[in-house]
Write a protein that binds this ligand. Structure first.
Ligand SMILES: [Zn+2]
Length: 348
């Protein structure tokens, strides 16, 4: 069993999600209409996972979206878009009170983790998605944090809560940059753990993606199927994870509220199109990337490398932002640095 951890459970900010997506019409939508700016102070309570689940915020139908019920989800029916996002992430402004990893329980079977900015200016996010048979971890952080201890601790508590004794952990990386994979080594050789190295060859073999990057694979967690979408461009082995059961699109460093560094421009444009096309008929609740580099002021980012992020932009973006990105890229004759309210297009 892992150690009992106390996690800060931040009272969530429940906001409804949009309905089905229409890329053709969404492209002209106002920026800033969907991402909710973080306002007010943080408000947090502290609970111990597995011992006080009743303290978890209950869903509030008055503030949730009009999601449809998914009868196949783990642990019974789930409504889309009912997970809770925190009002505030640890932002590096008071390091004495920050944990190395902030653990946020989005719903019973979904966790979002953030590496403290006090330990890395990257402050990367990681996501843990549980199904009946498998749990997948997206990313392992920038090093110097007890990522394996934290993840196995969450798994132990989840198993106890669900009356299970074991579950296979599949460790993936959004892409092969150091701030997302430094913790990979701590999962190697661990029981019930599969680490899929972040290379095109290893990903193609494990998920039977053929041909890369045009093919989209599926990872069945048991009652929860995750689409693995190759999205090279920021980095050649980049993948997105689409969790239809929760309407969550995990976009790594390809789209997040910050500087979108583009290595291979045409490849990146095709990857953005691949995601938009794949999700055009889906209900996307949130687009979750792996960093926050924008402030809560539209179009204003933090200087590179700073470890304090007062007044951060929320982590979550929406499908409309993905469409906004696609349309902006399509309109470029040549690759251009371009500031948007919620992200910055940054060709290298
Ligand atoms: Zn990164």
């Amino acid at each position: 069993m892992g150690p009992r951890r106390t996690v800060a459970l931040l009272l969530g900010l429940l906001v409804g999600c949009s309905g089905s997506n229409d890329p053709s019409s969404a492209g002209s939508s106002e920026t800033g209409s969907s991402a909710t700016a973080a306002t007010g102070e943080s408000s947090s309570t502290t609970v111990e996972l597995g011992t006080d689940s009743t303290a978890l915020p209950s869903s509030d139908s008055s503030s949730s979206g009009s999601g449809t019920h998914d009868e196949t989800g783990t642990g019974g029916p789930h409504s889309r878009c009912e997970g809770e996002l925190p009002r505030w992430w640890q932002d590096g402004t008071v390091c004495a009170s920050e944990d190395p990893i902030q653990v946020h329980r989005y719903d019973d079977d979904t966790y979002i983790l953030r590496q403290s900015l006090c330990t890395s200016y990257e402050g990367p996010f990681m996501v843990l998605l549980f199904g009946d048979d498998r749990v997948v971890l997206e990313d392992t952080g920038h090093g110097g944090i007890p990522i394996a201890q934290t993840v196995y601790g969450i798994i132990d508590d989840w198993l106890a809560e669900n009356g299970k004794t074991s579950i296979e952990l599949v460790v993936l990386n959004s892409h092969a940059h150091g701030d997302h994979m430094q913790g990979n080594g701590s999962f190697m050789g661990q029981p019930d753990t599969t680490l899929v190295p972040p290379t095109v060859a290893e990903l193609s073999a494990y998920f039977q993606i053929d041909p890369w990057p045009h093919d989209i694979a599926q990872l069945d967690l048991g009652g929860r199927v995750i689409d693995i979408i190759p999205i090279p461009g920021h980095q050649q082995a980049h993948i997105a994870l689409w969790d239809e059961s929760r309407g969550l699109l995990l976009t790594g460093d390809t789209l997040y509220p910050g500087r979108l560094y583009i290595g291979a421009f045409e490849t990146y444009v095709q990857s953005i199109h691949r995601m938009v096309d794949h999700l055009a008929d889906q209900e996307v609740c949130w687009v979750l990337g792996t960093h926050i580099e924008m402030t809560s002021t539209p179009g204003v980012d933090y200087p590179f490398g700073v470890q304090q992020h007062p007044d951060e932009h929320p982590l979550e973006l929406s499908f409309e932002h993905l469409v906004e990105l696609r349309d902006a890229l399509d309109a470029m004759v040549t690759p251009q640095y371009q500031v948007h309210d919620h992200f910055i297009i940054y060709p290298l």
